[in-house]
Structure formats: C-alpha cells, structure tokens
Unconditional design. Sequence first.
Length: 274
Amino acid sequence: MKQFGLTGYPLGHSLSPVIHRELFKIGGINGEYNLFEISPDALKNEFSKLTGLDGFNVTIPHKIDVIPLLDELDERAALFGAVNTVKPGKKLKGYNTDCYGFLRAIKMADIDLSGNVLLCGSGGVARMFAFEAALAGCSLTIAVRDNDIPSANILAEEIKNKLNKNAKVLNLKEVNESYNLIINGTPVGMHPNINACILPKEIIQKADAVFDAIYNPEETLFVKYAKEAGIKYSNGLSMLVWQAAVAEEIWNDIKFTEKDIQKVIEITKKELEK
C-alpha cells in the first residue's frame, strides 16, 4: 500500500484525509493518507519521517521552511517561494499545487482570469492569486486594510521584479470601481465570523465574477451577495479538492476529470457539515 500524508502544525481537523481517500478510490490507487503534526523547531530532525513516504503535502507553517530541505522546485513553487506538495524520488522535488487548484476551480465555474482583477489581501494564499493574475496579464489591484499596506506594497514590488508587471495597491475603503473578477484572499467571513464581509455588497454586485478562498462556511456573505446578483462565483472548496487532485496527479501519474472532482466536492461538503 502506498503511503502519503500531510505535515503542518497544528493540524487539528483536516479535510485532506477524506479528500485523498476519495481520490484514491477514483484513481484506483491502493493508498493511505495520514497526518504528521510536526512543530516548526522539529521539522529538520523529523523530516526523514516524510521522505520515506510516496508523497506528502505541506501546510502552514512549513510551506516556506521546507524549501531548504528539498533538492529542487517546480517553476510555480520557485516563483511563489512556497511549497505545498513534495514528491520523493532520486531527488526531493517541491511543487505548489494551490495555483493549479485555483485555475481549475475557476475554469470549472466558467470564470475568466482576465481584465480588471481586484484581490483582497496580500498574505498567504493571496500571494499566489496575485502572481496568477499577473501571469494571466490581468490589470491587478491589491486592496488591503491600513496596517497591511506595507506588505501589499512588498508584494506589488515582487511582482514587478519577477514578472515585470505592475500591480496597484489600494486601501479597502477606497475601492469603488467595477471589476471583471474580485478575489477574496483573506479569512474575513470564515466560520465563526460568518456575518463579516470584506467588501460592501454594492461593490461585489458590480463585478462579473467572484472567487472566495474560504470554504467554511460554504456560502459566505461575499458569495451570497454574488449569487443574489446572478454573477458567477466559486468558493475555496473546489480549489481545495483540485489542489489535492493535482498533487495526486504528480505522485501517481493519473488524471482527474471535472466530474470526478464534483463527486469529491459533494463528499467533502458532507464532511464539513458534521
């Protein structure tokens, strides 16, 4: 039986084992997926626990710290400076499948990554959204709260240096234009603070489409406002399942269809409701 897993700290209740078990079934893989909770100061010493696996995922706070322990990075992991998937072999290679999860999730929702894009947030997963928007040739605006303006400016500078693309930085309070796509890359609206929304309803409803990185609750206020206006939307659950599927594709040389992923999304929704 092939052995896979997830490392991070703390891990708490993770949906990853459920998602990967379903993907194993669909892909015909005889595999097991376990959690490896390793504290930041123990990562280097306990890393051999992971390298003996057939593949593993990496989550907070190890996505950056794992990089010096690897032999090579794929193009996206190197660009973002973050790894969430590792394939052991002759060489330990790090990948970032979050971006492919995002791109496949919006494709599944028939959302285009083009035109004027407003990204709320500048840390964590928002960095990946920013780079993908810039790579796609979008006109990118990064909107954040006052105290996050410095980190947003650093991100915009990084995009300029690495991709030679410009990104505008705004305070969230200053957002008043209409956008082709609005992305929420912040935790605002996440359970238990389900009555919070990153932007006013009227701004959201002027957009052509929205994407929310949050998946708990499934329908945030941000998504609800989009649905009310009849605009295209997607939430983070589709991205979560797709990024896991891409990791499986890397480890096991298999492919998943949108129909496969929809099945796994439905099962994962039920798990979230427990």
